[in-house]
Every structure is written in structure tokens, then in C-alpha cells.
Design a binder for this molecule. Structure first.
Ligand code: HEM
Ligand code: HEM
Length: 206
């Protein structure tokens, strides 16, 4: 039964054109690799990071100065987060330029778009966590901008029940950053890959 299940995940026919590196540049694959790197480095950081307003900044200083490899790990997480977004934008550009958003791939385009929104939100929630002045004021600005959008007040009330950087809002940003958003991203990535496999028989547009 297990073998049957695995066999059904793979298409019967794969077009050589669809596998060419000059067509995909493997940008999606590289974005996923960086997501895995972010998850790994993030989990290691979470062993020392304390999601409380009074201790967060001190725990970052501790990671930077006392933890073995802490400075490297912190920089790795931050650099990988920038590269992750960059690769995703380049992947989107590739999909746009090759017209791969058109039927039959329109659903995967939509899933990809949600993945892009999740990545941007992951970066935004992560940005508050170090709780330095830059983090506080940048998040404050973003939250004020959110208020003017439709349903903005409701979202603001959910994300910031006290004030930006106060205990409850920091905890919500933390939970979103390390549990909810990564799990949603992983789930959608698998759905994205499932559709890619299913459509490997469809011709590329270029
Ligand atoms: C399972 C996934 C993840 C976990 C467990 C995780 C965990 C953490 C933790 C504990 C921190 C606070 C420590 C610190 O500031 O270095 C942090 C910060 C941060 N994370 Fe993540 N993270 C994950 C995924 C991501 C993703 C997907 C992104 C990017 C889009 C991201 C972007 C950031 C950013 C920008 C910071 C602030 C870094 C700084 O400026 O100090 N993280 N993350
Ligand atoms: C976490 C983010 C993402 C990951 C890991 C990912 C991964 C992948 C992979 C591995 C492929 C196979 C071919 C390739 O590498 O180009 C692919 C194809 C595709 N992706 Fe993504 N992707 C992501 C985000 C996006 C975004 C933001 C969009 C668009 C808004 C998108 C739309 C598509 C479409 C339409 C295809 C099919 C293209 C074709 O068959 O030519 N993806 N993705």
C-alpha cells in the first residue's frame, strides 16, 4: 500500500524540457533549502532566546557574546532570511517571465503567492524579536500602517493586544514566528511540490 502511495505521487511521464536547469535555475529548490537552514538555525537560537520584553534583548547579547558559535548562528539566521526572500522574488520573476503562472499551473501560482506573503510576514515577526531600538520602531511603524487597511484595527488588536514590545505582543510575534508561520509554510511547500510533480507532463511555455 505504501509503495502504491509513493508511485501515485510521481507522474508517469516527465518532459526533459521541464527539468532543464536553464528553465528553472533551481531557484525554487534553493529557496526551500534556505527555509530548511532558517528552521535549523532558528531552532538552535530558540534554545537561548527568551521571548519576554524584560529578557529578550539581554538574551540576544548572551547569544552574541557567551554562546559558542552564537554570533555566527545569529548572523547566519539573519543573512539566510534576506537570501530566502531574494531567491523567492527571483523565482517569482522566473515564473512570470516564462509565463508559468498560466493554466494548468494557476493554482500553484496562487499557492506560491501565499508562500511569498508568509515569508514576508515571517521576516516581519522575526524583526521584532531582538527587541533593540531598530526592531521596536520598525515594528511600531508597520503596525501603525496596518491600522489604515480594511480590517486593520481587528488585525492590530490581535497582533498587539498591549503595545508593541510589551509581553503579550512579543509572545504573539514569537509564536507566529517559530510555530504558526513555519508550519503553514512547510504545509504549503508540500502542496506546491505535489502540484509541480503532477504538472511535469505539461509543456513549458518557453
Ligand atoms: C522554523 C523556523 C524559524 C525559527 C524556529 C526561528 C526562530 C527565530 C528566533 C528564536 C529568533 C530570535 C533570535 C534572533 O533575533 O536571532 C529569530 C529571529 C529572526 N528570524 Fe527567525 N526563525 C524561523 C524562521 C524564519 C524565517 C522563515 C525567516 C525569514 C523570512 C526568519 C527571519 C528572522 C529575522 C529577520 C530575525 C531577526 C534577526 C535579527 O535581526 O536579530 N526566521 N528567529
Ligand atoms: C517557499 C517558497 C517557494 C518554494 C520553496 C518554491 C519551490 C518551487 C520549486 C522547487 C519549483 C520547481 C521548479 C523551479 O524550481 O522553478 C516551483 C515551481 C513553481 N513555483 Fe514555486 N516556490 C516558492 C514560491 C513561489 C512563489 C512566491 C510563486 C509565485 C508567486 C511560485 C510559483 C510557482 C509556479 C507557478 C511554479 C511552476 C512553474 C513551472 O512548472 O514552470 N512559487 N516552485
Amino acid at each position: 500500500m505504501f509503495n502504491d502511495f509513493i508511485r501515485h505521487l510521481f507522474p508517469r511521464m516527465v518532459l526533459r524540457e521541464n527539468l532543464k536547469i536553464s528553465y528553472t535555475f533551481c531557484l525554487g529548490g534553493m529557496a526551500f533549502t534556505l527555509f530548511l537552514l532558517l528552521a535549523l538555525s532558528g531552532m538552535l537560537l530558540a534554545l537561548y532566546y527568551q521571548p519576554h520584553s524584560a529578557h529578550a534583548y539581554a538574551s540576544i547579547l548572551f547569544i552574541e557574546e557567551e554562546v559558542f558559535g552564537g554570533h555566527f548562528l545569529h548572523s547566519l539566521h539573519r543573512t539566510a532570511s534576506n537570501l530566502y526572500l531574494l531567491l523567492m522574488f527571483l523565482h517569482t520573476l522566473r515564473v512570470l517571465l516564462t509565463g508559468a503562472y498560466r493554466p494548468p499551473r494557476q493554482l500553484n501560482w496562487l499557492i506560491g503567492f501565499i508562500l511569498l506573503c508568509l515569508a514576508l510576514f515571517s521576516g516581519y515577526t522575526g524583526y521584532l524579536l531582538p527587541m533593540d531600538q531598530l526592531a521596536l520602531w520598525a515594528t511600531q511603524t508597520g503596525m501603525e500602517l496596518l491600522r489604515i487597511l480594511p480590517l486593520g484595527e481587528v488585525l492590530h488588536g490581535f497582533l498587539v493586544p498591549d503595545a508593541v514590545g510589551e509581553p503579550l505582543s512579543l509572545l504573539r510575534f514569537y509564536m507566529l514566528h517559530v510555530v504558526i508561520l513555519p508550519m503553514a509554510t512547510l504545509l504549503l511547500c508540500f502542496l506546491h511540490f505535489y502540484h509541480i510533480r503532477r504538472q511535469k507532463g505539461a509543456l513549458p511555455y518557453l
